[in-house]
Design a protein. Structure first.
Length: 475
């Protein structure tokens, strides 16, 4: 297999990260003892009527535009894919986890958009006359993803069609690549034109993940600490290659810290001016995903991102313990008709999955991160866990040793007032995202001279964010 199949279109030498190959899952701290949680305990903490059930819709809003929830989902599908682990069964050892396949690369290569390139994944591209230009639209709706006759989206990761918002986010980045590709008409060699368009698209995307997305959602002191360590060439502090030279996806990240997006999901969203309030899972509107999007449900990003100064976008729900009712009682198309009540709760499922991959307690992870140098306050009494963990003897022990996901979201709720993640979750995210990019010899971090293109960023803008992608593709 090519060292970097995402970038190799079969005509020129493959370019990119030598470690960007499909790898496995792993642990940042494999020697920490796991925290066991039973199905009954997971139900008490995360089931219907639990501390994680926002039945009264009382959580409130963060300051983060709602479109970033779906950008986070798009990113997740770019770097993790686990098709093996179950919600049930005995906890896995660190050795067993190291053999779980991650069917994505951790280096933000956008394989969910590019697949394996124009020659290996030709169904994603327009054809020989436009080598390297991605397909967009279909016979029913030009503002939808390309689809087969039965409605299946022709994209690099089918999960990016699971709701209308992540589907439209996928289309946004397809169009972003195509707009850059179209600007490179002076490059007559088809291979060079594709590779340059892909590089620029990927670099802008990586830059956004770090300097827009992570900067918005992470604790400022932890973010600044990580950037300082990068500039000193002393980063990452823990994350590294396994014995096979591959970079595993840490389960502390994939099964706990990066699941923060579930708590920021709103019950209803503005899709466009004709549909200003649509349920996340609404059979009437077909928002459950995996089907063609009608013209009247094309997402207008002005209502979800800071695109238009005259339109105030919706914000995400707060970063806290609370899940919207739609995610506490997920419908049959998502979880299956035979799912039990607690299996319908995404909060409960997150806790059970953490048990299967033997996650340590939040307190132990925070301590381990502080021990390697992160500026984390270990005064756990500040989180007042006794106020949110029920007085049931089944879960009382979790006050001192708290399931990692529950701990991280309580940390965000208390230490960051629900505006962003707390220090422990921020450290996990930065360690993995920035660590992967630092280790990659062809990420935007490897080219200090690279900056977002003025034609995309806008010469008058002091910052570059996701809304600039929308404006550029629509110009």
């Amino acid at each position: 297999m090519s060292k970097c199949p995402i970038q190799h279109h079969g005509m020129t030498k493959a370019r990119g990260c030598s470690h960007a190959k499909l790898g496995n899952f792993g642990k940042l701290f494999p020697k920490l003892k796991p925290l066991s949680i039973s199905e009954e305990q997971a139900k008490i903490l995360g089931g219907k009527g639990s501390p994680m059930d926002d039945a009264n819709d009382s959580s409130g809003d963060s300051h983060l535009p709602a479109g970033y929830t779906f950008f986070a989902q798009f990113i997740d599908h770019d770097i993790t894919l686990d098709t093996v682990t179950d919600l049930h069964g005995a906890p896995l050892s660190s050795e067993e986890i190291s053999h779980l396949a991650n069917l994505r690369t951790p280096t933000l290569d956008m394989d969910c958009v590019y697949g394996f390139g124009p020659e290996a994944s030709p169904h994603l591209y327009e054809g020989a006359n436009a080598f390297g230009r991605l397909r967009e639209g279909n016979a029913i709706n030009s503002n939808d993803l390309p689809r087969s006759d039965n409605g299946t989206a022709l994209i690099g990761d089918p999960r990016n069609d699971e709701n209308i918002f992540v589907s439209q986010m996928q289309l946004l980045f397809i169009r972003f690549h195509n707009k850059i590709y179209d600007s490179l008409v002076s490059q007559r060699d088809a291979g060079d034109r594709f590779e340059e368009a892909q590089k620029q698209t990927r670099y802008h995307y990586q830059y956004l993940v770090v300097n827009d997305f992570l900067k918005r959602i992470c604790d400022k002191s932890i973010f600044d600490f990580a950037i300082k360590k990068i500039n000193e060439k002393k980063y990452p502090l823990v994350y590294g290659a396994d014995k096979h030279g591959k970079f595993p996806m840490p389960v502390e990240f994939s099964v706990a810290a990066y699941r923060f997006g579930h708590t920021t999901v709103r019950s209803r969203y503005a899709v466009n001016s004709l549909n200003p309030e649509v349920d996340l899972f609404d059979e009437r509107f077909g928002t459950e995903g995996f089907s063609a999007i009608p013209e009247n449900l094309v997402v207008d990003w002005r209502f979800l991102l800071e695109v238009d100064p005259c339109i105030t976008p919706l914000n995400t729900k707060k970063f806290d313990l609370k899940f919207p009712s739609e995610l506490i009682n997920m419908p049959d198309p998502i979880v299956g008709r035979d799912a039990s009540e607690h299996e319908r709760s995404l909060a409960c499922r997150n806790l059970l999955r953490g048990n299967v991959v033997s996650l340590p307690s939040g307190q132990d992870i925070a301590t381990a991160l502080e021990n390697v140098g992160y500026p984390i306050d270990l005064d756990f009494s500040k989180l007042k866990l006794g106020d949110v963990i029920p007085g049931d003897t089944e879960v009382q022990a979790f006050i001192d040793e708290t399931p990692l996901f529950f701990y991280l979201m309580r940390e965000a709720e208390i230490l960051a007032s629900g505006k962003h993640l707390g220090p422990t979750a921020s450290a996990i995210l930065l360690e993995v995202f920035l660590g992967a990019l630092v280790h990659c010899e062809d990420s935007f971090l490897s080219d200090p001279a690279w900056k977002p293109l003025p034609c995309i960023k806008g010469s008058g803008n002091s910052k570059f964010d996701l809304a600039d992608i929308v404006r550029y593709t629509q110009s």
